[in-house]
Structure formats: C-alpha cells, structure tokens
Design a protein around this ligand. Structure first.
Ligand SMILES: [Zn+2]
Length: 110
C-alpha cells in the first residue's frame, strides 16, 4: 500500500464513524469554487484535489465539508473509528442523501 492508503482517490472513498456515531465519508473531490478548510481555516484553491467529508447523521440527514487532503488525514482521520475503504461509486451524493433519509425514516414513530 502507498503512503496515501488512508486518503480517498478516484476509485476509493473511506467510511468511518465519529464519536457521535455518525458516518463520516471521505471522498476525493476537485474544487469548483473557493472553499475554506475547517481544519486549518485556510482556503482550498479552485481546481485543487481535496477531501469532501460527508456526514450521514445517526438520526438522519447529511452534511458535508471541504477539507485539505492533509488536514483531513491529520486532524479528522485519527478521530474516526473503523475506517474502511469503500468503492467510490458507493459514496455518490445521491446515495449518501438516500442513506440519510432512510435513517431518518427508521427513527420516526407512528
Ligand atoms: Zn486545511
């Protein structure tokens, strides 16, 4: 495995759980506008390869942030449990949003 085995690529995304039990999906992205990295509060330049962190909340709903690859690897990855590589196709925006809705549906009481 390369030194970047812990980083998302075109083929692979990563999925782990944060301490609240929410899923955190790390997905390779290329920025189409300027983003601010929550790790270092610095800018991510347009066109830069970076890491999209998409949360699927335990109680339903999704939320995503754009991180520098290095910041995600150094600051976020160590906080995640059970981090696994998953095929990038599993981490498309609509699949993850559907996942968030399903979780929300399970929680509903009738
Ligand atoms: Zn950063």
């Amino acid at each position: 495995m390369s030194e970047h085995a812990g980083l998302p690529s075109v083929r692979w995304s990563l999925r782990g759980l944060n301490e609240e039990g929410d899923e955190a999906w790390l997905i390779r992205g290329v920025s189409r506008k300027l983003y601010r990295c929550p790790g270092c509060h610095g800018e991510i330049e347009i066109g830069a390869e970076h890491t999209v962190v998409q949360y699927v909340r335990r109680l339903g709903g999704t939320e995503h942030h754009h991180w520098h690859r290095r910041c995600a690897e150094e600051l976020l990855v160590p906080q995640l449990q059970g981090l696994k590589r998953v095929p990038a196709g599993e981490s498309s925006q609509d699949k993850l949003e559907a996942r968030g809705r399903r979780k929300s549906g399970q929680r509903r009481r009738r």
